[in-house]
Design a protein. Sequence first.
Length: 461
Amino acid sequence: MTAVEPERIEGYQLSPQQQAVYLREGARNRAERSVCCPSRIAPGPLAARLAALVEEHEILRTRYVALPGLRQPVQVVDAAGPVDVEPGPLGSTLLRAGELTVEHTESPDGTLLRLGLPRLSVDRTTWSLITGFLLGEAPRNDDAQSAEERLQYADVAGWLADELAASEPAKEAEQTEGTEETAGTRTALPFLAPAPLSDPDAEPETLTVTVEGPALQRLRTAARDLDVDEAALLLAAWRSLYARYTHNSDDRVLVVTDGRSADGLGAMPGPFDRPVVTRLPLAPQDAYASAARAAARARRVAAAEECHSDPRTAVGDGSGPVLSFRHQRDPWAAVTEPGLLDRSETPGTLHLECVEGPESLFLTFAGTGARIAPGDLVPLAEAYEQLLADALADPGRAAGTLRLVAAAVSEPPAQPADEPETVLRRFLEQAGRTPDLVAVRCGDETLTYRELARRAEALHQ
């Protein structure tokens, strides 16, 4: 009887970011993202772009293999091969190159692409990079390296782990300083379920609203006037809203960076993002403009310290910050699916995800751990929008005086030429633009914008 030699596998260790995702999501999960392209893209040219993209980046042809004796899987990089093209469901075309799948469907409005990758291979910046390349954007080669010299994610994974290991552990005093409660403070939002009732395995509840037109222009004008970026204004409003609800002395916020501040990583796909604990003190008498400048400093500190922040421990036993925040500039925001977040992307109990495109800003409010009901996200979003509008109208106002609800009027005002901005109006506009994208997800159940609009109309009747 001939002995069979065991298969020899050359594997690479997971990066700290991949380990954090593995602890929360496992290795089998795949992530998906929908792209609604307004023009027609034939499967042939799409397959050519897909082949070039996967050949250039090993992370897109990486499998995760469990080996005996190891607690976590290893990365196994397959050789580049041809693109497999086969018929898909409902008249679509399914393309596969490495581990990246693309379901191609022609629609009356253009082309719908459904992208899929192992969750351990992707973060939100990765989706933007892939979308840009598939839609014809020239690749960004920061260092113009040859294929032999080009860094790959498996190479960087070891460096990320070494950088983290070389960092000095945070002191206990630094972790707890400033978190003491004073008499009479509230430590949780009134609509949050108590922490003992939380479910760490529950998928986030999310609500996405769109800011565009005059409202977005006011945000960008205020950013120029105060010499900060839009992200600082949004973070300051998020922190101000929490302070108004809770009067809590805990000034910690988890700021999620894209993790690509080091040279050569800007155009590299793969999971790099990190939640970094920052401090954003805010007193009721502080002007919103001061809070915005403090938020800008907090974001700079987060970017400088991201290599020393362990994504595996930044979120854990519930003792971490309640708030988390991320801002991403994405040139493809208008054609990609907003609002889909998993547990690894929402490190705080309450998370605000801001995706800013050239002409629109998507704000996704997320509650984690089953501690917030979906219906409570609506008043939370409306309060945030009102506070932000008040702050932008007069950045010199004290944060403690910014309104959470619109001012009451004694008589209905005359209907202006332009319908006022509301969450409902923006939802209907978004439903008209992208009716087939997912609007709401609760566990494994999803509703598209079209389906949700129809249900709302049925209830109204």
